[in-house]
Design a protein around this ligand. Structure first.
Ligand code: ADP
Ligand code: MG
Length: 373
């Protein structure tokens, strides 16, 4: 099994945190609503403001890593994700998730359309491009595989194997998260990817119209895994994972407030989203003793890819219309908490032979990335 080895680059230990990107979608209100205008306004490439509901003459200002206004193209959004992608070629983990209320543009951002492809097809294309470029000059063999799953009602369902049962999430001795039984399909090109991804996405969309807007209540998780193996002894192997996630709509979660009681009333649908917010809080708190990753399926899955081990980008999608006001407010507050997460990258590596000299160079195999070095 692949082992996690903390990244050490001498005195300057690398630290990366979750990058928080906000994307405001274009105004789409009805003719009547058009008079109301927007309740959100971009200020510059990092800052935005929203009307203060307590006092409409005031605004509340937020600052993020990137603010993408209404005119932003799919390519520009992708460029804020692109810098984390090279890490998965060297055994590190990365995740991108789209957060925000239903109707704010999560699926447009992640999947996009044929004419305006989103982050997912662009990221997959980029990974193939990087792997093909690397192949020329290095002594490693690369293999790329994909998995596609949905978390719905706290059940993990394999979208590449329709009709499959709830799958368990496990952790191996090296703290890698894995899902036994999940389909991993090897893909060799972008068209190969589409061949598997498109029908699986369509299946999900069809189901959503039947089962009470399922797509706004479930988390769609695409996993791209890059495994590279050294051609020559000791045939080291590194495995990097990239999660690309279209989260459930954040609106129900917020209506339940921040106490757990009312959450129960709205069912387990948003337990994962609710826990994601608690995980973010704990990661930001210097006093929290335990990060509640295990309290939901989504956070359990992301345990090795959010907070402490990975490179993450959270794209918070918001809508400008007044009817989204409280959802927008909640989403911005969630996003501004997330800004403070500190991630420490790690390398996921296997050495098939018995301990080799490298183990003495401060890169002890099997050490958890969260342990101090
Ligand atoms: P969500 O997945 O968050 O519920 P969608 O991605 O389905 O939201 O977006 C809701 C609607 O808004 C869709 O009709 C989508 O095409 C449109 N939309 C979202 N973002 C944009 C954008 N940046 N530009 C143009 N249309 C958009
Ligand atoms: Mg959607």
């Amino acid at each position: 099994m692949a082992q996690r080895v903390a990244v050490s680059d001498g005195a300057n230990k690398k630290v990366s945190r979750v990058r928080v990107v906000i994307r405001l979608r274009p105004y789409m209100g009805t003719q009547d609503e058009k008079d109301e205008g927007s309740c959100v306004r971009g200020l510059d490439s990092k800052n935005l403001e929203i009307i203060n509901w307590r006092n409409a003459t005031e605004t509340v200002k937020y600052s993020f890593d990137v603010f993408h206004g209404e005119q932003t193209t799919q390519q520009e959004v992708f460029l804020s994700v692109k810098p984390i992608l090279p890490h998965i070629l060297t055994g590190q983990n990365a995740s991108v998730f789209a957060y925000g209320p239903t109707g704010a543009g999560k699926t447009h951002t992640m999947m996009g359309t044929l004419n305006q492809p989103g982050v997912i097809p662009r990221a997959v294309r980029e990974v193939f491009k990087m792997v093909n470029a690397k192949k020329e000059d290095e002594g490693w063999d690369y293999s790329i595989s994909m998995s596609y799953l949905e978390i719905y009602n706290e059940k993990v369902l394999d979208l590449l194997s329709p009709g499959s049962q709830d799958l368990p999430i496990r952790e191996d001795k090296d703290k890698n998260i894995l899902i036994p039984g999940l389909t991993h399909t090897t893909i060799t090109s972008i068209s190969d990817f589409h061949k598997h991804f498109v029908p699986a996405s369509l299946n999900r969309t069809t189901a959503s119209t039947k089962i009470n807007q399922r797509s706004s209540r479930s988390h769609a998780v695409l996993l791209l895994k890059v495994v590279r193996t050294q051609n020559a002894p000791p045939h080291r192997q590194q495995a990097g994972k990239l999660y690309l996630i279209d989260l459930a709509g954040s609106e129900d979660n917020r209506r339940t407030g921040n106490q757990g009681i009312r959450l129960k009333e709205s069912g387990a649908i948003n337990l994962s989203l609710f826990t994601l917010s608690k995980v973010v809080d704990s990661l930001n708190s210097s006093t929290a003793v335990r990060v509640p990753y295990r309290d939901s399926k989504l956070t359990r899955l992301l345990q090795d890819s959010l907070g402490g081990s990975a490179h993450s980008v959270m794209i918070t999608n918001i809508a400008p219309e007044y009817k989204f006001y409280f959802d927008t407010f909640g989403a911005l507050n969630f996003a501004s908490k997330s800004k403070l997460i500190v991630n420490k990258p790690f390398i996921c590596e296997t050495v098939p032979a018995l301990p080799v000299k490298r183990a003495r160079d401060g890169q002890e195999a099997g050490r958890s990335a969260t342990e101090p070095q």
